[in-house]
Design a binder for this molecule. Structure first.
Ligand SMILES: Nc1ncnc2c1ncn2[C@@H]1O[C@H](COP(=O)(O)OP(=O)(O)O)[C@@H](O)[C@H]1O
Ligand SMILES: [Mg+2]
Length: 537
């Protein structure tokens, strides 16, 4: 991806001449030139071969014409002296280097000049045997007797082909010159024609692409395009039109994307604001819910203390009445023994009742005070878990009894923890009030049970009710903040969220829930017995 972008950037940065020289033009020129050279070679090569053939034939005919009179001399009938004289007197064309005349038996009957390289043994069956040798400079020819018609001799001549060779080479150079001239001219003309037709528009297109690419990269508006003026109906025109369409689509998309980005940014800012507000609201709701749990306990306190104080007040007023009756009798001087005895009896019973009731109230206040203080202030102290849970149970009794249920707290009564006890009050109050609120229809009396065990340095608080239970699809949601099925009756959905946070963060433990519909729910809290440092919630 990056490499491709790098290559594109490099390409975009090239100047037009560099591109044309380096790429398209050079390739087009090369292929036109190569094609033309090939065509010319195919066309002109046979003409070269023909030219060579013509020159050799010409030489051959010259040789034959020169030799004809000589060959027709009846050599066999001449004396040796005459033969020598005749040979010396003959004049030949300068291109004839020499010749021999052979009898049918292959003996030399006459000879002059340089002897040909071609021997009688080299002769083929064809009427004429030819041999161009010594670097194409010498052309030997042997004619069979029939070729000269009037003689029975075979004639072998050696001809000077240097002239032929010179002409051949001159002809070749002419052809090469012609090929080069044609190819260069055609290529140049083609390139000149191609430049305005193809190369220039392509170059403009390249520059436009570069401009658009840079503009998009730098987030600028659509630049003016040089190809805008091109109006053509050929393929290049289509390419240019498609390019313009593409650019305008890209700009449309960029515009749309920017708008969406802007909207998203605004939305995001709103969301961040809302989230901050929500977090603040959640924190204050969690605090309120904690206070509500405290309120529940305070209500319990008030109710529980009401009975002994009320009894004490009633007894005290009865005692006051009896004292008044007794005082009147004493002042009138008619105090009977029976009246005295009755008063003493009433006073003893009353003081006993008042004492015991105020004692009870004192005890209740003592334990409630502890629970309430623990809930409102975080303070770590060492306490007996079972005793403390019993005190919480007592504070919750009024509520439990009012709804006709029963709470049993069972288990080890020698577990001692060094912890913030208020968190247990929070946990148990939430679990119990949830059972009362969610688990039972109004006419059903349920049993709530809290079992405490310690094993392997772990404490287990096993709380269960025998109510309606929680359906499986809700089980993994009940610890979520604000999840409630009881919003219509004031549920906040924060109770179990608080319990979960306290267990995980403050107790360093875990909470598991299991439930079967119509059979009840079970919350099992496990945490290490070793006290963990308290965490601010
Ligand atoms: N003991 C229970 N029996 C049945 N449902 C329960 C019980 N405890 C909790 N739930 C369900 O879990 C939900 C969440 O409880 P909670 O977080 O305490 O919120 P709230 O009590 O405000 O609804 C309740 O709305 C209820 O549906
Ligand atoms: Mg609740």
């Amino acid at each position: 991806m990056f490499r491709q972008y790098g290559r594109l950037k490099h390409w975009l940065e090239l100047s037009p001449t560099e591109v044309l020289r380096g790429r398209l033009s050079r390739k087009i020129a090369f292929w036109i030139f190569a094609g033309l050279v090939l065509i010319e070679i195919i066309i002109l090569l046979p003409s070269y071969a023909k030219r060579e053939q013509d020159l050799l034939t010409d030489l051959e005919q010259t040789g034959m014409a020169t030799l004809k009179p000589w060959v027709n001399i009846p050599w066999d009938r001449l004396s040796a002296d005459n033969s020598t004289l005749l040979q010396q007197s003959l004049v030949f064309d300068s291109r004839l280097r020499g010749a021999v005349v052979l009898s049918p038996r292959g003996q030399i009957v006459a000879q002059f000049g340089t002897a040909p390289t071609l021997q009688s043994s080299d002769l083929s069956r064809s009427p004429i045997t030819r041999s161009l040798h010594t670097n194409d400079l010498i052309y030997d020819i042997a004619w069979s007797p029939s070729e000269f018609g009037t003689t029975k001799y075979t004639v072998i001549a050696s001809l000077d082909a240097s002239q032929v060779k010179r002409e051949k080479i001159a002809y070749l150079w002419r052809i090469i010159g012609l090929i080069v001239l044609i190819c260069v001219t055609v290529t140049l003309v083609t390139m000149l024609a191609l430049r305005p037709l193809v190369l220039k528009p392509i170059d403009q297109l390249r520059l436009d692409l570069q401009k658009v690419g840079l503009a998009i990269n730098h987030d600028q508006s659509q630049p003016a395009l040089a190809t805008q003026s091109i109006r053509r109906s050929d393929e290049l025109g289509e390419v240019v039109a498609t390019f313009h369409l593409m650019v305008s689509q890209i700009y449309d998309n960029v515009h749309e994307r920017k708008q969406v980005e802007h909207q998203l940014q605004e939305l995001n800012e709103d969301l961040v604001k809302t989230l901050t507000e929500l977090k603040a609201a959640q924190a204050s709701l969690v605090e309120a819910e904690k206070m509500a749990a405290l309120g529940t306990l305070v209500a319990g306190v008030a109710h529980e203390i009401n009975t002994p104080i009320g009894t004490s007040i009633t007894v005290a007023s009865t005692l006051a009445d009896e004292t008044h009756v007794f005082l009147e009798a004493a002042q009138s001087g008619q105090l009977k023994r029976s009246v005295l005895n009755h008063y003493i009896d009433v006073a003893r019973q009353s003081t006993q009742l008042i004492n015991s009731n105020l004692d009870r109230a004192g005890q209740l206040i003592q334990s409630f005070k502890q629970v309430a203080v623990d809930q409102s202030h975080q303070s770590v102290r060492t306490f007996n878990l079972k005793t403390y849970l019993d005190e919480i149970g007592t504070s919750l009794q009024p509520q439990i009894k009012r709804s006709g249920h029963q709470l049993n707290i069972l288990g080890d009564d020698d577990i001692v923890l060094t912890q913030d006890p208020g968190i247990f009050a929070q946990i148990i109050t939430n679990l119990v009030t949830n059972s009362i609120k969610h688990a039972y229809p109004s006419d059903i009396n349920g049993t709530l049970q809290l079992q405490i065990t310690a094993a392997n340095n772990q404490v287990i608080l096993d709380y269960c009710d025998d109510g309606c239970g929680i359906s499986q699809d809700l089980l993994n949601k009940i610890f979520d903040p604000f999840f409630t099925t009881a919003r219509h009756i004031g549920g906040t959905g924060l109770g179990l969220h608080i319990v979960y946070n306290i267990v995980v963060q403050s107790l360093n433990g875990t909470i598991d829930v299991q439930s079967q519909e119509h059979k009840g729910s079970q919350f099992k809290i496990t945490f290490p017995l070793t006290p963990s440092p308290p965490v601010e919630t």
